[in-house]
Design a protein around this ligand. Structure first.
Ligand code: FAD
Length: 392
């Protein structure tokens, strides 16, 4: 019969890979995508929903066009992988055989990363680092804050999904509170010395939200945090503070199915950037946030870029089509305030050792409003384009 590809995870990486293999092989390869949710909510632009710049519905994407494009879409969870037999078992009882397996399950949280917090506390203290109901809950909690209340964020250690994400979120929460609750305060508890686009964010916070945002870095106890979801308190270096909203973004690791497949090391799945192949199993490719690949940040843009390289490689192996040298790119836009957009990005190539950065660019402090507006508008075009590229 036809060669079979199974893709686990229908997010930025997995849906792209499934769509491209089906489209470009024109039916020569059998492609099955396993994804539990019927509607995928993008994390990208979910901060803009918090800020009031997007509707939640505008972040939702379904799988009908992938199915029309020849992908066999199965709404289920992958629960086990047998690398000897080359099969994937599903929660619903099905078993899928593969010649090549693509794993793109995103992230899971490291147990015990923030003392006092576990996944059962996500209602009291949402992470909103997987989009949808968590994002909606976080926004409702912000809107319900008492006048002059405190929004706290526990920021994650490196490496994590979307390096500028927590800081764009703080900007959007500040934008929302400035209008609805201007005496409210934002407290960031951060284990990291430095963070992505720091000078740009700090300049913007000063200009737009002066006096509202306070960040406690590791020198002041930012790495020593404990939360109590029942009491709604955050203890920083032993000093207990009562807060009104607490957004806990824990330390992260590869989606758990990668662990179950036995292809992780220190929480992530090491890959060879030439074709996004696992370093532990040549029949498995790992894309996006789960992959430990080198220099690329964990982003939707990166996952989409890596998926195209993996799709080309898998088609080369299974149907003999031509394989070109791997090239990757990424840009991460962030919105600081209305039409005040900034970006950071780079191009990359595969070396035997890793995916290596070739050339990069970043917005500058002090840019004029016209340039910042153009950067924001560019991000709108990017969202429309990439979601079409992922979901058809
Ligand atoms: P995901 O997109 O998370 O997809 C993983 C999928 O796998 C999920 O749909 C999940 O249901 C499924 N899955 C998991 N386990 C299983 C299983 N066992 N069986 C079947 N399916 C499974 N990126 C950008 O490029 N630009 C941005 O502006 C940006 N902003 C962000 C803002 C925030 C607040 C956050 C949190 C992230 C942001 N990102 C952004 C990052 C981006 O969302 C992720 O990097 C990207 O989604 C990673 O793609 P992925 O395919 O690896 O994982």
């Amino acid at each position: 019969g036809k060669p079979r590809v199974v893709v686990v995870g229908g997010g930025a990486g997995g849906a792209t890979a499934a769509r491209y293999i089906a489209k470009d092989s024109q039916g020569a390869i059998d492609v099955t995508l396993v994804e539990p949710t019927r509607a995928y909510f993008t994390c990208f632009f979910s901060n803009l929903y918090l800020g009031g710049f997007r509707e939640l519905d505008s972040l939702a994407h379904t799988y009908g066009r992938l199915a029309q494009g020849g992908v066999n879409v199965v709404h289920d969870w992958a629960v086990a992988i047998d690398r000897e037999a080359r099969t994937v078992s599903l929660a619903g009882g099905g078993v899928l055989a593969y010649d090549r397996l693509i794993l793109a399950p995103g992230i899971d949280f490291v147990d015990g990363a923030v003392p006092g917090w576990d996944i059962s506390a996500q209602h009291a203290m949402p992470h909103a680092y997987k989009a949808g109901s968590q994002t909606e809950l976080l926004k409702a909690q912000i809107m319900a804050m008492p006048e002059g209340g405190v929004f706290a964020m526990v920021a994650p250690p490196n490496p994590f999904r979307c390096p500028p994400g927590p800081y764009e979120r703080v900007s959007m929460v500040a934008h929302l509170l400035k209008a609805s609750n201007p005496s409210a305060k934002i407290l960031i508890v951060d284990p990291k010395e430095k963070f992505s686009k720091q000078a740009l964010f700090e300049e913007g916070w000063q200009a737009h939200y002066g006096g509202m945002i306070d960040r406690i870095g590791p020198d002041f106890g930012g790495a020593d945090v404990r939360v109590d979801p029942a009491a709604m308190t955050v203890a920083i270096d032993g000093v207990v503070e009562k807060v009104d909203v607490c957004n806990v973004i824990p330390a992260q690791k590869a989606g758990r199915i990668c662990d179950m497949a036995g292809i992780t090391e220190n929480g992530w799945a090491p890959v060879d950037g030439h074709g996004m192949q696992s370093r532990m199993d040549e029949n498995i490719h790992v894309l996006g946030d789960s992959a430990q690949q080198g220099d690329m940040p964990k982003s939707g843009f990166s996952a989409n870029s890596q998926a195209k390289v993996a799709a080309m490689t898998v088609r080369g192996v299974l149907s003999g089509s031509k394989v070109f040298p791997a090239k990757f790119s990424n840009t991460c836009w962030s919105l600081i305030d209305t039409e005040d957009g900034v970006k950071v990005g780079a191009t990359y190539e595969a070396t035997d050792e890793k995916i290596a950065k070739v050339d990069g660019f970043i917005s500058q402090t002090g840019e004029d409003t016209a340039l910042r507006r153009a950067t924001y508008e560019e991000s709108l075009g990017w969202y429309a384009g990439i979601t079409k590229d992922i979901f058809g």
